[in-house]
Structure formats: structure tokens, C-alpha cells
Write a protein that binds this ligand. Structure first.
Ligand code: ATP
Ligand code: MG
Length: 146
């Protein structure tokens, strides 16, 4: 089974839960386990929060785009902002690296994404916005689809 969706929403923190719930609801079509669902919701939250607080520096009138597709047992999630972008992606990926220690961020968002997903790709540059593309093969549906 293949299916996909795109939603776009303003960069207000209230939409973090919208994004999480939308993806969870969409993905539930392929019967993920509770653990897989929790992991997916967590990575969506991390990426959307990053777009809002880092990409857009908490400007509330910008757009965040979320795309999600399922194909067999594989899920792909793309989260895109047109904000500040990241100067050094390798450094940003390092565990505990944060550009906002004064905001009590822990620098673990990308590490969580990498741990919970099979594949995390970051496309970003200063002034070019940021696109996070993530993939995961759900074990629960592997047997059914392969
Ligand atoms: N969408 C984005 N736009 C611009 N910069 C980003 C974006 N996402 C991440 N970054 C940069 O990468 C750094 C690391 O991100 P990461 O999510 O790992 O940590 P954090 O957001 O600082 O802390 P935490 O996620 O633990 O609250 C951020 O501090 C920020 O500098
Ligand atoms: Mg983060």
C-alpha cells in the first residue's frame, strides 16, 4: 500500500502537537507498534520544534511544511522550513551540540532522530532554510509487505 500527505502550518508552537497527531494518525494505516508510533511522534516533534525555534527564531508568521509517505512498511517523513538554515550541519548533528544553551536546549534533537529512525538526511545552508528527510522500515509490517 502506498499513500502520502502534505500539510503546511504556521510556525506557532501549538502546531507541534498538530504535526505529531497528524503523522500518528496517517501512519496508523499500516499498524505500527505502540513503540514505533511513539518514536515517530517524538522525531516529528523534535524536527518541528527545531524549525520553529531555530529556523524561524520563534517568528510566528512563517510556514512549516510536513510531508509523510508510507510505502509497504516503510515510512518517509520530510520537515521543511525556509528559515535561517544551519551553517555547519556536521556540528549540529553532534550529540549535546546546541546553539541555544541559554534557552535550556539540550542539543539532543538530531541524536534522537538518528536513534529512532533508520536514516536522517539534513539539507541546509545559511539563508537557505532546512529540510530534514527521515526514513524508517516498520518491523511490524515487514512480514506482511515483503
Ligand atoms: N530547522 C533548523 N534551522 C536552523 N537551525 C537548526 C534547525 N534544526 C537544528 N538547528 C541547529 O542545530 C542544533 C542542534 O539541533 P538539536 O535539535 O540536536 O538540538 P537543540 O534543538 O539545540 O536542543 P534540543 O533539541 O535537545 O532541545 C540547534 O541548536 C540549531 O543550532
Ligand atoms: Mg532540537
Amino acid at each position: 500500500m502506498r499513500n502520502e500527505m502534505t500539510i503546511e502550518f504556521l510556525s506557532v508552537s501549538e502546531n507541534e502537537s498538530l504535526a505529531r497527531v497528524a503523522v500518528a494518525s496517517f501512519v496508523s494505516q499500516i499498524n505500527p507498534t505502540m513503540e514505533e508510533l511513539t518514536d515517530i511522534k517524538t522525531v516529528v516533534s523534535e524536527a518541528v520544534t527545531n524549525a520553529i525555534i531555530h529556523g524561524y527564531q520563534e517568528k510566528v508568521d512563517q510556514k512549516v511544511r510536513l510531508m509523510c509517505s508510507i510505502d509497504g512498511g516503510e515510512i518517509e517523513i520530510t520537515i521543511q522550513d525556509e528559515g535561517e538554515g544551519i551553517e555547519d550541519v556536521e556540528m549540529a548533528r553532534e550529540p549535546l551540540y546546541t546553539s541555544k544553551p541559554e534557552w535550556e536546549r539540550s542539543g539532543m534533537g538530531f541524536t534522537i532522530m538518528e536513534n529512532f529512525m533508520d536514516h536522517v538526511e539534513i539539507t541546509s545552508g545559511p539563508g537557505e532554510g532546512t529540510t530534514i528527510h527521515m526514513k524508517k522500515q516498520l518491523t511490524s509490517t515487514k512480514a506482511l509487505c515483503n
